[in-house]
Write a protein that binds this ligand. Sequence first.
Ligand SMILES: Nc1ncnc2c1ncn2[C@@H]1O[C@H](COP(=O)(O)OP(=O)(O)OP(=O)(O)O)[C@@H](O)[C@H]1O
Ligand SMILES: [Mg+2]
Length: 343
Amino acid sequence: MTEREAAPQVSAAAAPEPAVEPVLAAENLVKHFPADNGQVVHAVNGVSFSIRPGEVLGMVGESGSGKSTVGRMVLRLLKPTSGTVRFRGRDISALPERECRPLRADMSIVFQDPWGALNPRMKVSALIGEPLKLHTPLSSAERRRRVEELADRVHLSTAFLDRYTADLSGGQLQRVCIARAIATNPKLVVLDEPTSSLDLSVRAGILELLAELRDETQVAMLFISHDLGTVRLISDRIVVLYLGSIVEYAAAQEVFERPAHPYTQALISAHLPPDPRARLTRHVLEGEIPSPIDLPEGCPFAARCPVVQPRCGQEVPQMVPVGDDGHRAACLRIPEGGNQIPR
Ligand SMILES: Nc1ncnc2c1ncn2[C@@H]1O[C@H](COP(=O)(O)OP(=O)(O)OP(=O)(O)O)[C@@H](O)[C@H]1O
Ligand SMILES: [Mg+2]
């Protein structure tokens, strides 16, 4: 479902929570990892979002901002330190490992590196059939038929089914990973940088395939990427993550047309292609993302923010509404309009 199609169901003043029952609702997710010398890595610091059926939620942020940790927590591959993950209405955040297993047929993940994700000693047919073997009672003949159907679905020639991964290109291998991920008709797929390791020329094909699958099956997707441009091509809504916190959350178009957080504005201006006709000022993000071991006080972006004020180093900004359709951002300067980086 595109944002345009979804629009009539959502009133202009609607809260960000979707009218349709979400497949996934993450509330106040926190993840701490132990570090050396008894220190703590604050990888994720209170993240909330939801995804409805047929929706692609893009999650964007620099390396180390906590994207993969969020992705692994919502699939319960990782237990949250606190907060809840509601999958199809059921709180799965504290389930014991054993009780998570049946969930594996309903939720899946596609990783960045298809070479590392697939066993090179298994034929492609066995790789695609593996989740069916684990989670369904299909006979081997029925499985073979379903594997052929899945290959077809991801536009992979069935001639590859009896080959090994070494015979396939990166793009073809990622299609195998996607076929595996959708084999059991999951309700949620997390895609963690699924195109980042692929040649530019094959990225668009993978994004088109994902959009097609979403339209056909109404599967909900969490699409993780450090690249706003990629996220823009596929997402209905976008969350921008910075140092383990969401700094902006809005419909994809809103994020690009009316970015409210200075960090989002800087990301967008850094991404724009050079155009001699446009009078654009590029805001290069200076410095590095601070260490999640010593979280800064106040706003996590304060040290790099072009419109920072002294109070930003003391007060933690909360998410506030900045427009229609649940567009929200966390910047203390929004009420007075000082959040816009001057051009
Ligand atoms: N198992 C772990 N133990 C300790 N620290 C961890 C662990 N996993 C992640 N971290 C730390 O948590 C923070 C968030 O990591 P995460 O991998 O979620 O970021 P990311 O946004 O996915 O980054 P990238 O774009 O590089 O994939 C980082 O500082 C990382 O070093
Ligand atoms: Mg990651």
